[in-house]
Design a binder for this molecule. Structure first.
Ligand code: PLP
Length: 386
């Protein structure tokens, strides 16, 4: 049976060079980086080299990069510390964030630790910038703004510089979840003017179980996990040395190949849009997903013009892996918060959303397989509905 992987926003295949580098570390460098003997010092040297390289790629200082296990941990650490340690009493965010941000914020809210304002979302899935401009002027409470750089479900990109200019002007802290953009876009933390960001290796052809957070030096966030004081006290627990080396290598390759990969993936996305539009009457795209300037080139959020609760199985039978929502949590095909925010219940019941997400490893043949399967599925519904 054919196997077509178009779910790269959920996770990616590990790059062969990343595997090679990780295996070398596993074989040759097994010391604990906290040990003071030669084995430990060798492992420590690898960690610090990885930190230095990553910092350079983001135009950050090495001391501003902290290794974590994943994007979820990075986002939790940042948000919770802002409230618990840095005196934040108001958060401006949205219902479109990844669950790890939404749930952390809701948890703090339910404990009465913080007032939460969730911005209005426009029909195209972007935030209401005018509303934000009004809200941010209120400086009576110390504010954290947490808005994702790119939405993992529909791909909408945030105008980060517009937000950071305002957070600076009105003395707010600015966290942007960059899990879907690090390695896919050049990220310069100084130029973007952000205080906190997050990264997960498995989204960029690196290993699962490794990530980092960026925290501007002046912010002084505190740990979520207590213990041996690794990561300069911010993240206790023996470091995942080979995972971190893999993360650093994955980021290095992603940025070296950025232009080639972007061109290749943009070509695939354009082809998918053209083919779907030509072959499935009434097909549309969610949010700004078919706007190449304002949406991730790696994600295409398709809006099929019929409701099919079994589409996941049908695609599965054809060997095609896409996602019906963000699907990087439980795999359950229930209506996502993003779709609930964008559409009325009636609209949701007349459509089927599909997230198709690409990597440099995909080919035109993958798109052909997807489109022909969707055409078959659609023809049943469109005849019934005709
Ligand atoms: N933030 C965004 C935007 C994501 O897409 C994801 C994962 O899909 C995460 C955070 C969580 O990352 P991780 O899977 O590394 O915990």
């Amino acid at each position: 049976m054919q196997k077509v992987y178009l779910d790269n926003a959920a996770t990616t295949a590990i790059h062969p060079q990343v595997i090679e580098e990780m295996v070398n570390v596993m074989k040759d460098c097994y010391g604990n980086p906290s040990s003071t003997h030669i084995f430990g010092r060798e492992a420590k040297a690898l960690l610090e080299l990885a930190r230095k390289k990553i910092a350079q790629q983001l135009n950050a200082a090495p001391a501003e990069i902290y290794f974590t296990s994943c994007g979820t941990e990075s986002n939790n650490t940042i948000i919770r510390s802002c409230v618990n340690d840095l005196g934040v009493t108001r958060i401006i965010t949205t219902y479109m964030e990844h669950k790890c941000v939404m749930e952390s914020v809701s948890d703090l809210e339910s404990r009465d630790k913080v007032e939460v304002i969730r911005l209005n979302i426009l029909k195209d899935g972007s935030i209401d910038y005018d509303q934000f401009e009004e809200l941010i002027k209120d400086q009576s409470k110390k504010t954290l703004v947490s808005l994702m750089h790119a939405n993992n479900e529909i791909g909408n990109l945030l105008d980060v510089k517009r937000i950071s200019a305002l957070t600076k002007e009105y003395n707010a802290l600015f966290h942007t979840d960059t899990v879907q953009t690090v390695g896919h876009y050049p990220i310069d933390v100084e130029d973007l003017g952000i205080d906190f960001a997050s990264c997960s290796a498995h989204k960029i052809h690196g290993p699962k179980g490794a990530g980092f957070l960026y925290a501007r030096k002046s912010t002084h966030i505190k740990p979520l996990i207590a213990g041996g004081g690794q990561e300069r006290g911010l993240r206790s627990g023996t470091e995942n040395v080979y995972g971190i080396v893999g993360l650093s290598k994955a980021l290095e390759i992603s940025l070296e190949e950025l232009e080639n990969h972007t061109k290749h993936i943009e070509g695939l996305k354009k082809y998918a849009i053209e083919e779907l539009t030509a072959k499935i009457p009434g097909v549309a795209f969610n949010g700004l997903s078919n706007d190449f300037e304002k949406s991730l080139y790696t994600v295409l959020s398709v809006k099929l013009p019929f409701h099919d609760t079994l589409i996941g199985f049908e695609l599965e039978l054809a060997g095609i892996a896409v996602s019906q929502g963000s699907a990087c949590s439980s795999g359950a095909a229930k209506v996502s918060k993003v779709m609930e925010t964008l559409y009325t219940e009636e609209e949701v019941n007349q459509m089927t959303p599909l997230r198709v997400s690409f990597s440099y490893m995909n080919t035109k043949e993958d798109i052909d397989a997807l489109v022909s399967t969707l055409v078959k599925i659609s023809s049943k519904h469109l005849v019934v509905n005709a």
